[in-house]
Design a protein around this ligand. Structure first.
Ligand code: NAP
Length: 248
């Protein structure tokens, strides 16, 4: 392992947007740690794709919502790589449903994965970013739904809007250490998450998007790559919308 490489942890990188981010950041010559919760094979396939190009990656399974697992993961990363320089809080789950019929256990799970996961990982990663002093970066994966709302996604929207307030405050807390904290709010992106929608739902969504198409995961990843690069060092506390003009 070349010590000059920045160490990048991407949560939920076994597929979808996280996978595209892992590939993009590996091409920036970072070492990327591909986190997954259950799909080890998929995460190892992402790693294999990266390392087959002579780039650097490894996989690490842990549940972002579990304090003990996050702590153990950070200990492993510190032991193996010396710590984390960049954290992309990408893991998220959409547990949709109208509020009147929403289950309390789904509320708890949404908050735990989407919001508490980002809280636990940010807290753990910040400690090593402060020690390592290598242009620390935190990027949160919010959603257009957190900005404009969407019927049937009240709780999901609350978690995604929560990430925006979290990032704005944390950006102020760590700015003096030259660590930046920003948010990306994608519109609809072609992944397994959106693949679960019915044709009628997909049609309704396309009608809401001025660019008349979904984003590809790599179109989100390229914005993360910019926010993680040294060129973006003066941008902090911002939410960048990547939504095809859906919400301006
Ligand atoms: P996806 O295809 O469903 O993939 C989700 C990823 O998160 C998987 O790698 C999954 O790992 C991981 N994950 C789920 N729960 C986890 C947990 N507790 N701990 C660790 N990892 C966990 O999702 P996606 O569509 O790429 O979305 C990625 C992010 O973008 C999410 O935060 C989502 O809310 C946001 N987003 C997506 C869209 C969209 O249109 N797709 C739009 C706006 C925002 P395993 O499979 O291994 O369990």
């Amino acid at each position: 392992m070349t010590q000059e490489k920045r160490i990048v942890l991407i949560t939920g990188a076994s597929r979808g947007i996280g996978r595209a981010i892992a590939i993009a950041l590996a091409h920036q010559d970072h070492h990327v740690i591909v986190n997954y919760r259950s799909q080890k094979e998929a995460a190892d396939e992402v790693v294999a794709q990266i390392t087959s190009k002579g780039l650097s990656a490894s996989s690490l399974g842990f549940d972002v919502a579990d304090n003990k697992q996050v702590e153990a993961a950070m200990e492993t990363i510190t032991r193996e790589f010396g710590g984390v320089d960049v954290l992309v809080n990408n893991a998220g789950i959409p547990l949709d449903g109208l509020l009147l019929r929403y289950k309390d256990e789904d509320f708890d799970q949404s908050i735990n994965v989407n919001l508490k996961g980002a809280y636990l990982c940010s807290k753990a990663a910040l400690k090593s970013m402060m020690k390592r002093k290598k242009d620390g970066r935190i990027v949160m994966m919010s959603s257009v739904v957190g900005q404009m709302g969407n019927a049937g996604q009240t709780v999901y929207a609350a978690t995604k809007a929560g990430l925006i307030g979290f990032a704005k405050s944390l950006a102020r807390e760590v700015a003096s250490r030259q660590i930046t904290v920003n948010v990306i709010a994608p519109g609809f992106v072609e992944t397994e998450m959106t693949g679960a929608l019915t044709d009628a739902q997909k049609e309704a969504m396309l009608n809401m998007i001025p660019l008349k198409r979904y984003a590809s995961p790599s179109e989100i990843a390229s914005v993360v790559a910019f926010l993680v690069s040294k060129d973006s060092g003066y941008i902090t506390g911002q939410t960048i919308a990547v939504n095809g003009g859906m919400y301006l």
